[in-house]
Write a protein that binds this ligand. Sequence first.
Ligand code: AMP
Length: 547
Amino acid sequence: MNLQVTKPTDNLMQHWPLLCHRIIDHAALIHGRQEVVTQSVEGPIHRTTYAAIRDRALRVAQKLDLDGIAVGDRVATLAWNTWRHLECWYGIMGTGAICHTVNPRLFPEQIAWIINDAADRIVMTDITFVPLLEKLADKMPGVERYIVLTDNAHMPQTSLKNAVAYEDWIADVDGSYRWHVGDENAASAMCYTSGTTGNPKGVVYTHRTNVLHAMMGNTGDAMALTATGTILPVVPMFHANSWGLAFAAPFVGAKMVMPGPKLDGASVYNLLQAEKVTVTAGVPTVWQMLLGYIEANKLALPHLKLVVCGGSAMPRAMIEAFLQLGVTPRQAWGMTETSPMGTMSVLKPPVTDLPDNEKIDFLTAQGYPPFGVELKITDDAGASLPRDGRTYGRLKIRGLAVVRRYYGSDAEILDEDGYFDTGDVATIDPHGYMRITDRAKDVIKSGGEWISSIELENLAVSHPAVMEAAVIGLPHPKWNERPLLVIQLKSGMTVTAEQVLDFMEGKIAKWWMPSSVVFVDAMPHTATGKIMKTTLRDQFKNFRFPV
Ligand code: AMP
């Protein structure tokens, strides 16, 4: 290693590049018998170990090498959370190629668009997505081969180019491969933002940012994984690196429970119970389904200690429901662009001394950043705003695993101090707790004053009949814009608009009260489980508030 020594005290420690394969090497050596359990796509529960996963990841790397995949080439995965996906993940990164996790919930045209944009040479996919890819294959001429993550017995008949069953593909090599040792700043993985307007943008992570992000995630006040714990990442590996969990779990040797394609309340509950899961992570819609199932069947969660919830705001009612079940709720805020950890809502002094009700107020905030993340809020001109917990501003972030530039773009996206504009609007309080009030593009301005749609939504979903709530701003002749509350009720529940408004009355400022309430049968969602406000705005564009 050629490290320059300019002073007699410089660079006297080892240089140990932070490469992703080192995580699975460590897991195999120290926690080799630790289990990875999967609800397989084919049906049965599958059990393997970190040692076996490393062995087979080496075979993946060896095969990619033989297939001519070179350092820096992109290999896509369009797949559920399974042990095979984990093997591909480490195998791809271990050859020096870039693991491009593709979100199957994107519109088909967007899937083809991002696979072409990334110039993926190989696509690894589950049997679930073979029909989808067959329809898109003509639009993706650059893909040289499709590897279907299954065995010979379950391999479907397919027209996909050079398709092969994964188990057959890795069967003819022995894994005698040495991981590619490159620069820790080289690309390891990529993920596209689920842009609701315009084309998605590619974020390219490096080995160094992935390893450091895993370290950050494994701190006690973050995901808090340990070798004695069991993690169920409901969050998919294609949603911002499964929030780092596919790195963080083998890093500490935590048992992993992979849910495969089944994310409904009953399936998640059964896995939590059967595998004695201690930590789990996912978006609010998943927890809504789980809590609904638990409530309907009068169940308990005796093993679960921590539920991490991110991607959209965690409503107070959900926080209280988990607390009642004896589970610590921990809200996380982040973005594809931030690897994704930005903040975690965890109590720290002096808020730990507050009465319970006020502590919950802090749990409804998005939380404070761990070491490695720095936040600020600014006005539209970029001037910093006070951290008083009241002043709203554009939320900006810099840190050890935050994007510098989008893939294939020369556009400068950082300010002069290196901060990235998140597009969120937030407050930061004197203790460091950040609270998102809105996406900048969803902000409602009524009579020149801001109304926080998130706060109204959180309040509306605490009504026992409400499943999901979204607030959008619509034109108003007097106030310029007023909030419309859109509600999807829980199945079998009925409630009137007046009853919802009565419930909200007195809990928020009078002028924040929604001007109207409408009900929908199904709330539209984005590919990462967020409520699609663009669709709602379109749906209600002809709506007029009663005067
Ligand atoms: P994505 O890149 O798909 O993960 O989306 C990132 C965006 O999701 C953020 O900029 C926020 O607008 C939103 N988001 C993520 N976590 C939260 C949270 N805990 N509360 C509110 N919004 C969130």
